[in-house]
Structures are given as C-alpha cells and as structure tokens.
Design a protein around this ligand. Structure first.
Ligand code: EPZ
Length: 429
C-alpha cells in the first residue's frame, strides 16, 4: 500500500489547478444510464472512485471510452469520457461492487426509471456514520416504485413506469435529491421535490439532465419541479470545479503560509468556506483565473464553525478546518451536524501534537505552538487529507499511511502540493 511522506515547514507558492468535482462526476456518470444515447462528460477527474464507478457501470453493460490526449493538453486537464448505456444487460448492482462506494447505490434510480426494475445491494455503514438509504427509498416509493428488501438487496419495481409525485424530504439529503431527480426525469407526470439539497453538484446534474431533454426547474433552491418526459437523449457536459478540493488547498495554504492561485476555482461554490478561511487570517482574493489565497507572517485566529447543508459550511471540509485550527492562537469550536461519527481524524491529529477535546458532536480545538511529525493513518478521504494539511506545518517527517483513501478523491495531490514547494513524496508499495 502506498504511503505519503511529508516534511513540514515549507510555505506553498505557485498555482494549483482545480480538478472537476468528484461529487458531481459520480452522479453525472450514473445519469448516463437514463438514455440509450452517448453522454459525453468533459473535465472528469482521474480518481479511484471514478474508476470504481466505471467498473460498476460496466457490469450493467455500459460502454465507457476515455478520450485520448489532444495537442496542448497537460496532465492537469480533466479527461473526456464517453458513456453509452445503449443496452443495459443487467439491472443488478452486486454487493461486491456497491460496498466499495456508497454513491453507486444511486444507480437504482435510473435503472428502475428506464428498465422498470433494479436490484441494488444496500451500501452498508461506513467510516463516518451509519448513512442509511431510507430517504432514497421513500423518494422512489413516492414516484410509484414498489420496494422490497431481500437478502441485503433493495429490489425496486415499476412495471408500468414511474408516476410523478410529491417528495418532501424530512432532512436535506444530497443522495436523496439526486435519486429523486433522476427517477422523476422519466416519470409520467410532474414531480415536486421539497426540502431538496441545494448543493452545486445537484445544480450541475440538473443542468446536464436538462441538456439531455429533461424538464427540471428550481435546482439550487429547496423546491425542484420536474416535468417527466418519455425519453432522454445524449448530451455533452463539462463537470464543474471541485469546491471541496478548492477549500482543502485553501486551508493548506492558510496552514503552511505562502501565496497560491487556485486555478479554475469558482468562489461562489464555496462562500462559507472562504469566509471562514479569511476570518482565520488568510487573504482570499477572487481573480479572473480563480481564487488566490495567501498568508504571510500573521498568525491564525480561532474561528467557530458549524457544518450545514449548502450554502453552509460543508461537512466535507470539517476535518481539514480542524487541522488548520490546531495551530490557531486560542480555542475554536467545531460542531458537526451532518454525520454522527465524522471525528475519526481527531485521534490521528493528536498523534501530531494537536489538543482536541470531543463532546458529542462538538470538538474544541486548543491551538498549540507547534505540531510534530509522526506516522498517521485515516479511515476516510477527508480525514486523510486533514492529516496532510497538519503535516505541512509539523516539524519533521509525517508518514501518511493508507493513501488509497486520498486517491479516491484527490487527483495528483502530492504533485499539486510538491510543485508549490511542499516537501512531499509518494512511497509505493
Ligand atoms: C453526499 O453524500 C456526498 N457524497 C458526501 O461526500 C457528503 O459528505 C454528503 O453528501 C453531505 O454533503 C457524494 O456526493 C458522492 P446525504 P450523501 O444523503 O448523499 C442522512 C465525500 O467525502 N440520510 O446528504 O450520502 C445521512 O445519514 C463524501 O466526498 C438519512 O438519514 O449524504 C446524513 O446524516 C462523504 N437517510 C444526512 O442525511 C437517507 O436515506 C446527509 O446525507 C440518506 C441520508
């Protein structure tokens, strides 16, 4: 298993290109199941999760072609992927595949909407909480799908097609909203989704579905209306930039010091995150090319943060922000409201010398003068990258183990940070 070795204490200076968003790419690829035509996605990041979803879609009979390099392309340009679900040969998504990546459960919606049936393994729990699928199932039922649970599988049937309906989510769910959108797109009649997730990735998927012929209005607001159509066609869509990658590198610069342009970042996708970073003492400036983050000399100020659905502060940046606050001049409070068990990074940050006290969903971080390098590992992707951020400011060497978590969601991390002056290397094997 690969490891990443970091020697802390170097500022970051230069340009970091921001990749396409993982959490938009995954549902966009799944949306290709809704049509027999080809969906072309541009700016697709090279990530382990994308490769895993390719395997899952391949099992349903989907052909995927990754476009070759064109002249002028660098390794930093996202890939162009052609996805064709002309013939779906299997409507089962087996445990061995779904258990590796929770988002793959979402195939249930396009499969049942287009084929009238789907058999998808329950995704099970994971390292950040129980993460049930009850609301995704509720959404499908509201659209006339019959659901049966058998031997760990959710079996969805809609022999006479889906019917438009009203879906009221009791809590905001990104996956629930993606599921509802994809299913409602091919339902007979109009559907209304209330208390919908407003995340930019939902808007990106709705935009792509509309290019495919869907009739969706209100994406990005809590009320989405979908007028069902009988068929969707092919389209070409560019994946939006990754706001979590943007926020992660912004925090890395705030932690290590220096001056970095986050190229291609869109600040409006991450206002709450960027506000918090500037309150902590970094300079954040919007330029034509992206977002520039700098911190020179000034210390870090403690900031109180509570995670919330978009437009609030994202749970996917909570671990990274906690790493930053370990060096603040005072105590900061971080409250996690989305997932009940997303503090797995706390004990690993403590190995680097951080002082963090946990009380239920609240972490109080007592800023320390210095962190010291140590071997660490993490159990999920955002927790892993929080250790990288802490290591950039720690004295001496930190070895981050289980790098496969990082590879799920960060494209060429060591390369992007290394080019800006970090002492970082991947050790294979
Ligand atoms: C998406 O997960 C993201 N994943 C997560 O990113 C992100 O942390 C999360 O949204 C919240 O922003 C992808 O987009 C692929 P939810 P999702 O349904 O859709 C509860 C990362 O690091 N809930 O919005 O699975 C749930 O337990 C990942 O990139 C139910 O109770 O999250 C949680 O408390 C990790 N029943 C809350 O809702 C359900 O049926 C929000 O979860 C579904 C969810």
């Amino acid at each position: 298993m690969d490891r990443i070795r970091i020697v802390g204490g170097r500022p970051l200076n230069g340009t970091i290109p921001i990749s396409g968003a993982k959490n938009a790419t995954l549902p966009l690829m799944i949306a290709a199941l809704l049509t027999e035509d080809t969906l072309i996605l541009d700016n697709v990041p090279r990530l382990a999760d994308v490769a895993q979803l390719q395997r899952i879609l391949g099992n349903h009979g989907v052909d995927i072609m990754v476009g070759g390099k064109r002249s002028g392309d660098s390794e930093y340009h996202g890939q162009t992927v052609h996805i064709s679900a002309a013939r779906i040969v299997d409507t089962t998504a087996p445990y061995e595949l779904v258990s590796k990546m929770r988002a793959s459960f979402w195939v249930i919606a396009p499969l049942v909407a287009r084929m009238g049936e789907a058999r998808v393994s329950m995704p099970g729990g994971c390292a950040i909480g129980t993460r049930p699928v009850d609301l995704l199932i509720m959404a499908l039922e509201r659209l006339g799908v019959q659901i049966e649970i058998d031997a760990g599988y959710v079996i969805a049937r809609a022999t006479n097609g889906l019917k438009g309906g009203e879906i009221v989510f009791p809590k905001v769910t990104v996956g629930g909203t993606h599921t509802a959108l994809m299913a409602a797109a091919l339902a007979n009649g109009t559907s209304v989704i209330e208390n919908a997730a407003r995340e930019p990735e939902i808007v990106d998927v709705a935009d792509c579905l509309n290019k495919m012929g869907a009739k969706i209005t209100g994406a990005g607001t809590p009320r989405i209306v979908v007028e069902g159509v009988t068929r969707l066609h092919g389209a070409r869509h560019r994946v939006l930039p990754d706001r979590i990658e943007t926020g992660t590198y912004a925090m890395a610069v705030a932690m290590a010091g220096g001056d970095v342009l986050l190229e291609g970042a869109r600040p409006e996708l991450l206002q709450a995150g960027l506000d918090v970073i500037s309150r902590a003492g970094a300079e954040v400036a919007v330029t034509n090319a992206g977002v520039r983050v700098a911190r020179n000399g000034a210390g870090l100020a403690p900031v109180e943060v509570t995670t919330a659905p978009f437009p609030g502060f994202p749970t996917d940046l909570q671990a990274q922000f906690m790493a930053l606050m370990t060096r603040a001049g005072g105590n900061s409070r971080i409250t996690e409201t989305i997932f009940e068990n997303r503090f797995m990074h706390v004990q690993e940050l403590a190995r680097l010398g951080a002082r963090i006290h946990l009380d239920g969903q609240v972490a109080v971080v007592e800023g320390v003068e210095k962190l010291k390098g140590a071997p660490v590992m993490a159990t999920d992707l955002r927790a892993s990258v929080s250790l990288v951020i802490a290591a950039l400011a720690a004295e001496g060497e930190t070895m981050v183990n289980r790098v496969y978590h990082l590879d799920r969601g960060f494209e060429r991390l060591e390369d992007k940070l290394g080019r800006c002056g970090a002492e970082i290397e991947r050790i294979s094997g």
